[in-house]
Write a protein that binds this ligand. Sequence first.
Ligand code: CP
Length: 330
Amino acid sequence: MAPSPSPSSTGLVGRDNFPHRHLLGIANLAPHEIRFLLDEAEQWVTLNRADSRKHDDRLAGLTQMNAFFENSTRTLLSFEVAGKRLGADVVNMHAAQSSVKKGETLIDTAMTLNAMRADVIVIRHMSSGAVQLIADKVDCPVLNAGDGRHEHPTQALLDALTIRRRLGGLEGVIVTICGDVLHSRVARSNMLCLTALGANVRVCAPPTLMPAEAERYRVTPFHDFDAALEGADVVMMLRVQNERMDGAFIPSAREFHLLYGLTPERLKRAKPDAIVMHPGPMNRGVEITSTVADMPDRSTITEQVEMGVAVRMACLDVLTRERRGVAGWA
Ligand code: CP
């Protein structure tokens, strides 16, 4: 029998908490829908931390397909772990070993997964908008695991959960995001997510790596990293995304480090207990020194990975409720 719906902290019941078929980005989510997913993730943090991690089998009998057209360590593995901890049959498609290499199109690949009756599809693709294209063609919920420079919604959710658990909330929290903001889907999703939850977001980058439309996201742009760090509660560092660049956007990695690298000395400009975040993968010695990345009390980098599993369990659970006939969702 399907479990009964329980009222969430939003006061809403069932599908009213999250009326979306897919999770393609943060841009189309209301603040209460974001908070709902974070609240849902809390139970999975508890389960994942338990000594004897009893699996929950609510996705038993469902097939989860992870189709990754771009490299990944954290996102692919955590979606796989998340699906398995919920009892789903999880299969991974790595584009490098698939018929994509023989010239099969994105849509034909998606229709192939659909014909195998996937119950939920997780996609990472190098092109912005590719995940939306697939979502429009298939019969099941689709989760965006990162598309080009566009969005990486589960990364923003796991970052928000990490901050909320460390600082008690997001309202009024000063978050400085520094690095290659222009090419970063993590920055875009975080700007949308953190401002929706009431954070005061600053973005810092050299002029060549700052999006022209930064202010449209209700964030404050900086080119001077020392100024951007002043009084910050959270410092989130981003990697320079060479794979998304045509030509040189920075003179050299050494120069970038001198101006925008997070060192212990620079970190002193932030609040004394400010936390340091990085979505990974890190380029140690470029955007962040090892001393800062490995600070036991200040760095949340491994905690972010842990929150990633919980957030992805929550998203897989919520998006498959209609298919599973959960009361209030079907
Ligand atoms: N943060 C992130 O998306 O990491 P991966 O590329 O390893 O998935």
